[in-house]
Design a protein around this ligand. Structure first.
Ligand code: IMP
Length: 173
């Protein structure tokens, strides 16, 4: 049998995401930004975050794949690229979780070649115990222990993304 333990409930997530959106709006006051959610995992976080961003923002999406099941393959693949150039733009990448950091290291190197004015990172979660590359997270939702989380956009083999909270799968016989 599979049981899901709640790690962070929907209300706590909503409160934190609102704070993050307000902080971003303050930091970029008077400017325009391009919000780049990294699919698929950040779709729910990004949808909630932008509702609290009050400055003008455009949205473009990036599809990245770095994981199969619970193991990082270490190989990052762009499955779907941005639709517009970001040269001279303020970009905020929206990610679900920074685990080893390999995915964001790859993405930030890739985006730098496109000459944006600035690139910052908003990540819902950080799992520092597993981080092998130092990634600066400008806007962080929560720091978590070394557990595999699902829900609120995050999946285990493509399942559980629809859960409105963050949970941990507990397998029992
Ligand atoms: P990193 O390259 O190891 O930092 O991995 C980042 C990506 O791995 C994230 O964008 C997620 O898609 C996935 N990932 C890492 N940890 C978890 C987890 O606990 N649950 C679900 N997906 C995860």
């Amino acid at each position: 049998m599979t049981t899901i333990d709640t790690l962070i409930d929907a209300e706590t997530i909503a409160k934190r995401v609102e704070e993050m959106g307000k902080q971003i709006s303050q930091d970029y006051a008077g400017q325009e930004v391009v919000i780049v959610p990294v699919l698929k995992g950040s779709f729910m976080f990004a949808a909630d975050l932008v509702r609290h961003i009050s400055i003008p923002c455009r949205m473009d999406f990036l599809g990245l794949r770095s994981y199969e099941g619970e193991t990082s393959t270490g190989v990052v693949q762009i499955t779907s690229d941005l639709t517009r150039a970001i040269e001279g733009e303020h970009v905020i990448v929206v990610e679900d979780i920074v685990d080893t950091g390999l995915t964001m290291e790859y993405l930030f190197e890739n985006l730098a070649t496109r000459k944006p004015k600035s690139v910052k990172l908003a990540s819902l979660l950080h799992k520092p115990a597993r981080t092998t590359v130092d990634i600066e997270i400008d806007y962080l939702g929560f720091t978590i222990e070394d557990v595999f989380v699902i829900g609120y956009g995050l999946d285990y083999d493509q399942l559980y993304r629809n859960l409105p909270y963050l949970g941990v799968v507990r397998s029992e016989d």
